[in-house]
Design a protein around this ligand. Structure first.
Ligand code: PEP
Ligand code: MG
Length: 322
């Protein structure tokens, strides 16, 4: 089994008909880059930058952030490197950023909300990202927890301001850097067609999207059985987002855990997901699973699944194929 998996290290990621999709890796620190290359990931689909900010007593400055982002970009020249702006709050507490104690942290002052509320602080990260993209032009900026068109407009305006400031200082940066959004709230799903007009790409975050769609805390064992990305409401959301992206002709990926779920993979292939981003240890198995589905098989399964109304029926229908 292990040996047969090793064969997938150097293979292209394609389905049984030879149709290519991208298979990227999620990372939380530059220490994971070696593992990412060893499994033949074709890019970074999510770099969680909050880990740069954790377990220390003050925020990293522009230079320190630049060095970290540049290391990721340089480890994968010629490849896409999607770096997510700070996603603190919720379950990720960073004491010195003083988010404060909240009754409902997952619905509170976090991620893009926090960053847009502190433009000087956010600018430091945006400038570091702009500079890190200068050499290979492979850095893409991804915004977490988007719930409105205003948020991407505000982030883009700030990004333009950062460019002007770097320009003034004579620093090199990627002036055409891509700005994309995570689709991980029900509001973003419903606005996907509008967001697609302003975002350069989408990445679906099923970890939060499942939590917010089903109103189930992703970390609470008492309601764990209810947390399921194969719930029909989540599946409809995912299908809708992929379809909106395809209509607008922007790339759409998935960086939530569901991208590595063998039951989700045929559905994502059928709907036309462009890019799967999974943890490094999952890359080879996901490449293998993708290779096992033809367009026809996946398409027919997806059609049957979307006619079902309960999560349990959906699981059973997909299991029949294994
Ligand atoms: C997600 O919500 O699916 C996601 C990829 O981000 P995180 O798990 O860091 O919230
Ligand atoms: Mg998330």
């Amino acid at each position: 089994e292990r040996q047969s998996l090793q064969a997938y290290r150097t293979r292209p990621t394609e389905n049984a008909d030879g149709r290519r999709v991208s298979l990227y890796a999620n990372i939380g620190s530059t220490a994971q880059l070696d593992e990412v290359s060893s499994v033949g990931a074709e890019g970074i689909g999510l770099f969680r930058t909050e880990f740069l900010f954790m377990e220390r007593s003050d925020a990293p400055g522009e230079e320190e952030q630049y060095q970290a982002y540049r290391a990721v970009a340089g480890a994968m020249p010629e490849r896409d490197v999607l770096i997510r702006t700070l996603d603190i709050g919720g379950d990720k507490d960073v004491p010195y950023l003083s988010v404060g104690k909240e009754e409902n942290p997952f619905l509170g002052y976090r991620a893009i909300r926090y960053c847009l509320d502190r433009p000087d602080f956010f600018s430091t990260q945006l400038k570091a990202l702009l500079r890190a993209g200068a050499e290979y032009q492979n850095v893409k900026i991804m915004l977490p927890l988007i719930t409105s068109v205003e948020e991407i407009r505000a982030a883009r305006a700030l990004l333009e301001k950062c460019k002007a400031e770097l320009q003034e200082k004579g620093q090199v940066f990627d002036r055409n850097i891509s700005l994309g959004v995570m689709i991980e709230t029900p509001a973003a799903v419903q606005l996907a067609d509008q967001l697609a007009k302003e975002a350069d790409f989408f990445s679906i975050g099923t970890n939060d999207l499942t939590q917010y769609t089903l109103a189930v805390d992703r970390g609470n064992a008492k309601v764990e059985q209810m947390y399921d990305p194969l719930h029909p409401a989540v599946l409809r959301s995912v299908r809708q987002v992929i379809s909106a992206a395809r209509k607008a002709q922007i790339p759409v990926g998935m960086c939530g855990e569901a991208a590595a779920d063998p039951k989700m993979i045929p559905l994502l292939l059928a709907w036309g997901l462009d890019e799967f981003s999974v943890s490094a240890p999952s890359v080879l198995t996901v490449r293998k699973w993708i290779s096992q589905w033809s367009d026809r098989q996946a398409g027919e399964l997806a059609q049957r699944v979307m006619e079902l109304v309960t999560t349990e029926e959906i699981h059973r229908e997909i299991e029949k194929m294994f």
